[in-house]
Design a protein around this ligand. Structure first.
Ligand SMILES: [Cu+2]
Length: 411
């Protein structure tokens, strides 16, 4: 404590000495005030020039240094079919705005230095200049027109819906839009409900009045399309298949954002939106892509036994600040080959299974009857298969044993 006080005292004495020195200096120069001001101007505008050069170098170097972490650069090429056109649109915009950025920053600092106040120099009075105004109106107008038209073009391409005669299926088998998978994402504070259509490929109707603790989306169980719909924690999608996502929200605004696929759409209560896209890289393929880059060949801080590229996974994020639990809306997304997806999809069980035969089930009577019948039939069938399996064993072993027996008998 005493040491700190001593240091503070020395510091204060130092400051007092410096200040007294400055006052004396100023007093001496009081006659030549203009000279002092000129000197200050020159120095400050010089510092600004140095700042400008350092700032521009820092901007460019940091962008280059971190390029392998940024979407659209290095190993982060888009993993969806339309993503490439959005990336090139971003790059075109970055190119033009980059030129403007560099020119305006240089002009800003250079002019502050060049036209600093100097003795005997009056400022130029220029109320109007047609030529200048034409130049700075036409150039941005032309550039903006190109950017906006290009943007609209990309928007129309990216937002093109599935054709009306296309078939909605759970497991699409074609790469074109004649078959597609339609899933539904419902955002709420603070998670997503992800619903798949089940074997019929169709999502059942829902009604917010039917929402209960066990029926989070308000699925209308009198609609048979609901009976095979299933809900999952993880979004699993097949590679090279068209996917249409119905996007909606239960409470406040959310945003369905799949950064690696360049998919981003607001989720709005009462106003369904959608996005159609085609994933083109499986999670494994994306990991391979990352494994070629030094930045991802380091251990994952959360799992030091593995490299960063090995633990990579696609994600669904909420891109709307929707409340204090906003961060927890992250969901894992996995892109797999069609066969793996088909096996996964067939292995899911519908939510209706928990409702079937209960008081909430509009088909309670029918279902109760069939469920009883199933119980009676299922048991004997299962027990019958056992003897059949066990019968095959002796048959095989008889066949195997035969040749040995013959050689044995000849000897
Ligand atoms: Cu959210």
């Amino acid at each position: 404590m005493t040491a700190i006080l001593a240091i503070l005292c020395v510091l204060l004495i130092g400051i007092v000495v410096v200040q007294i020195g400055k006052v004396t200096e100023l007093a001496a120069k009081i006659r030549g005030e203009e000279e002092v001001e000129e000197g200050t101007n020159r120095r400050q505008s010089g510092y600004l020039m140095v700042f400008m050069v350092a700032f521009l170098i820092f901007t460019v170097v940091s962008a280059l240094y971190y390029r392998n972490y940024m979407l659209g650069y290095g190993p982060h090429e888009s993993a969806s079919e339309h993503g490439g056109s959005l990336d090139s649109l971003f790059n075109t915009t970055l190119f033009f705005t980059g030129i403007v950025f560099i020119i305006t920053q240089i002009a800003l600092f250079y002019f502050a230095w060049k036209y600093r106040a100097e003795k005997g120099r009056a400022s130029l009075y220029m109320p109007h200049d047609n030529k200048l105004e034409v130049i700075w109106t036409i150039i941005p107008a032309v550039v903006m027109t190109f950017l906006v038209v290009g943007g609209l073009d990309a928007w129309n391409e990216v937002m093109a819906d599935i054709p009306e005669d296309a078939q909605a299926v759970l497991i699409p088998t074609t790469e074109d839009k004649s078959e597609f998978l339609e899933i539904e994402a419902t955002g709420y504070q603070f998670a997503w409900d992800i619903r798949y259509p089940g074997a019929d490929g169709l999502l059942g109707t829902k009604n917010f009045r039917m929402i209960t603790g066990t029926n989070p989306l308000g699925q209308d169980w009198s609609d048979e399309k609901n009976h095979d719909d299933f809900m999952t924690n993880e979004i699993v999608l097949p590679k090279n298949r068209w996917v249409r996502v119905r996007i909606t929200a239960k409470d406040v605004l959310h945003n369905f954002y799949l950064p690696h696929f360049r998919v981003k759409m607001d989720a709005i209560p009462g106003l369904p939106t959608y996005f159609v896209f085609k994933p083109t890289k499986t999670t494994e393929e994306y990991r391979e892509q990352l494994s070629t880059v030094a930045e991802y060949q380091v251990p994952d801080p959360n799992d030091p036994e593995k490299m960063l590229w090995e633990t990579f996974g696609y994600e669904l994020a909420c891109a709307e600040l929707c409340g204090k639990g906003h961060f927890s809306m992250r969901r894992a997304v996995r892109i797999v080959e069609e066969a793996e997806y088909a096996a996964w999809a067939r292995g899911q069980s519908p939510l209706y299974d928990s409702v079937r035969g209960t008081d909430d089930d509009p088909f309670q009577e029918e279902n109760a009857a069939t469920m009883e019948a199933e119980d009676v039939i299922e048991a004997p069938i299962d027990s019958l298969t056992l003897p059949i399996d066990s019968l095959t064993a002796p048959i095989d072993s008889i066949g195997m044993a035969e040749p040995t027996d013959t050689t044995g008998s000849t000897e």
